[in-house]
Design a protein around this ligand. Structure first.
Ligand code: UDX
Length: 434
């Protein structure tokens, strides 16, 4: 099949490269000239493990192309994917669909012959209807179908999630469109991936429901973690104890400083807004958003408490600034709440992140960026593990201790065990454990 992918962000670039690796011919389109020029030279605009190799292979084998102009690719395409950003609109939490509608207008002008227009971006329920209306208005003669095909990619595991998804969801009532989507995803039959066909609105809502449920599950275990601290229980054991129940499942039960990223915060807000507009409020998701925001902000208090209640003039070393490991993404990362609060409390902050340093330099100007974990520990009154990068999992604790001004470790990801840390003479603070 011939595919045009509009947008080369996390979703568009990974989806385009994976479709090409399935054997389809894919052209990824972006208006950003520098981005396209970089991609043509093999320079990735995002950090995603394995993406550079996957892109290079498919460019070399002439299945993957990059362009700033959409005309050629869209005209020849069997399927045109809209994979542009849908950020939270300032203030009201609605998804900002400016880029989606602009793409729909442009595609409408260019399509030739029956074309499937696929929303891969996460869009509110009913957006497919609006895209359909736009294309009809611009091209009353066009023969097309608008399909919802939400992505379920986790940053840092996006390629694997695309190639080995738990399911593919396709929202369309058009038989021809369903046949095109079947052909596009045929390579996944090899590992019997369920492809679920439903109507467009159900598919759009399924994406939000999935993310909101995961965000709620994380927030649930985070509140259990706080209760564990109050009653002297161990949240990791509670998580294991409930996770062994197959109806609950053990994934996404790691207590944390709260969830971040470019999806959960945005999608929970958008779902709450959609539900309010539809007069059917999602009160559990509203509570999740409130609880998670409060949690991220409260983490700085834990660090100040570890310093004895006063951070003025103290040096806080932070390991990890991205919202999760194996990404350079800092969108809605807990560090964006924690660091400013520490600076406001009079602390000096020095930090390191394996991939997030460029982002951090612009998003957290008031901190000193160091070259590694041991530099961050140098002269620190407290060391904080904020993102659970693998390289923070086996620190040389004696070396860390001798570098620090005082041996205090705040482990916000429960990477270490208390006895191991206290044996090295540290004061140890973690999440939801006695
Ligand atoms: C998420 C969904 O997992 C993915 O299916 C969807 O397509 C996009 O949004 P992503 O945001 O990339 O993916 O990361 P994910 O691994 O889901 O983590 C999201 C946040 O939850 C991170 O801040 C992470 O630290 C946090 N988290 C995750 C926890 O706090 N505890 C957990 O057990 C798991």
């Amino acid at each position: 099949m011939r595919v045009a992918m509009i947008g080369t962000g996390y979703v568009g670039l990974v989806s385009g490269a994976c479709f090409a690796d399935f054997g389809h011919t894919v052209t990824c389109i972006d208006t950003n000239e520098a981005k396209i020029a970089g991609l043509r030279e093999g320079k990735m605009p995002i950090f995603e493990p394995g993406l550079d190799v996957l892109v290079a292979k498919n460019v070399r084998e002439q299945r993957l192309f990059f362009d700033t102009k959409a005309a050629e690719a869209v005209r020849n395409a069997d399927a045109v994917f809209i994979a542009v950003g849908t950020p939270s609109r300032r203030g009201d939490g609605h998804a900002d669909l400016t880029y989606v509608f602009a793409a729909a207008e442009e595609i409408a002008k260019l399509i030739d012959g029956f074309t499937v227009i696929v929303t891969k971006s996460t869009v509110p329920v009913g957006t497919g209807d609006e895209i359909e209306a736009i294309v009809h208005r611009v091209r009353p003669d066009a023969d097309f179908a608008v399909v919802s095909n939400p992505e379920f990619l986790r940053e840092g595991a996006a390629i694997d999630d695309f190639k080995h998804p738990d399911r593919v969801v396709v929202g369309s009532d058009d038989e021809r469109a369903r046949a095109v989507m079947q052909d596009l995803y045929r390579p996944l039959y090899l590992n019997e991936t369920p492809i679920m066909f439903t109507d467009r609105r159900t598919s759009e809502l399924t994406k939000y429901a999935g993310n909101a449920f995961l965000a709620m599950k994380i927030t649930f275990i985070n509140e259990i973690a706080d209760l564990c601290e109050a009653v002297g229980a161990n949240v990791q054991h509670v998580a294991r104890g409930i996770g062994l129940d197959k109806r609950i499942g053990s994934k996404f039960l790691n207590a944390s400083p709260g969830y971040g990223g470019s999806c959960f915060p945005k999608d929970t807000l958008a779902l709450v807004t959609t539900a309010r507009t539809a007069n059917s409020p999602m009160t559990l998701v509203e509570a999740t958003v409130t609880a998670n925001d409060r949690r991220k902000k409260s983490m700085a208090d834990r660090i100040v408490n570890a310093l004895g209640g006063d951070a003025v003039g103290k040096t806080v070393g932070i390991l990890g600034l991205t919202f999760k490991p194996n990404t350079d993404d800092m969108r809605d990362s807990p560090s964006l709440d924690i660091v400013p609060a520490l600076l406001a409390a009079g602390a000096v902050v020095q930090a390191f992140d394996p991939e997030g340093m460029t982002e951090a330099a612009s998003l957290l100007p008031g901190i000193a960026l160091k070259d590694g974990a041991y530099d961050v520990a140098d002269g620190a009154d407290v060391l904080v593990i904020l993102t659970e990068w693998d390289q923070f999992r086996a620190l040389d604790l004696s070396r860390i201790k001798s570098a620090m001004r005082a041996p205090r470790l705040v482990d916000l990801r429960n990477i270490y065990k208390r006895e191991e840390i206290t044996r090295h003479g540290f004061d140890y603070f973690s999440i939801g454990r006695p």
